[in-house]
Each structure stands twice: as C-alpha cells, then as structure tokens.
Design a protein around this ligand. Structure first.
Ligand SMILES: [Zn+2]
Length: 121
C-alpha cells in the first residue's frame, strides 16, 4: 500500500540520518495505521452483514407457518422459522417424507428442516 511505502521511505531516511526518536515515531505511526485499517476492515464487514440482514428482513414474509423470501415477482423458500428466529439462519425446508397431506378436506404441505429436524405444515 502506497502510504506504507511512503512511511517506510521516510523511516529509512530518518534512520540513516541518525534521527532515532523520529524514526521510532514513524514506526509507531505505522503500527497505529495498521490497527486503524484492521478496525475499518472489521467495521466494513459488520456493515456489509447488517445491510444484508436488513435486506433479508425486508424481503421476508411469514406465511403458512414458514418464511418466504420475496425476490421481485417470485417467492423463494420456504425457510425454517425455528432456525431463523433462533439462529438468524435461512435454512431451506424440504418437503417432508409425508409430502402432501389432507386435513378437513384441506391440502397442505409438510416441510422438514434438515438442520433443526422440525416439521411444519
Ligand atoms: Zn430449522
């Protein structure tokens, strides 16, 4: 990174000139700069994750005891409500081993979460 190269160059000149306290100051500045860059990097990652969480939350619809994700005209999913509410994870549900079922003349799907092992209908 250019700024580190410049600091290294200045540090080299100060060291050669025997300006040891100033040379050490430059080394400290380099160290602080590195710490700050790591901090910015961590904040950028956190910011990216939070933006993604907001986007997910805005697109999320709870319908038929499971979550669906609005994606323009279509709906993705279903996703497990337990995994989402407990761990904030979006786990796609499988149609369970019972598949379609009927109850009081209504047809319903049974979904199975392979992570938390819950069934939803
Ligand atoms: Zn689950």
């Amino acid at each position: 990174m250019a700024i580190f190269d410049e600091l290294k160059s200045v540090a080299g000149v100060l060291q050669e000139a025997g300006k040891i306290p100033q040379y050490q100051q430059i080394l400290e500045v380099q160290e602080k700069l590195l710490e700050m860059m790591n901090h910015i990097f961590a904040l950028e990652n956190e910011n990216r994750e939070l933006k993604q969480q907001i986007k997910t939350k805005e697109a999320l619809v709870f319908e038929g005891n499971v979550y669906w994700m609005n994606d323009g005209d279509k709906k993705n999913g279903p996703f497990c409500k337990v995994c989402h509410e407990k761990e904030n994870k979006m786990i796609t549900l499988d149609i369970g081993s019972f598949g379609l079922g009927t109850s009081r003349n209504q047809t319903y799907y049974r979904y199975h979460c392979l992570v938390c092992k819950n069934y939803f209908k």
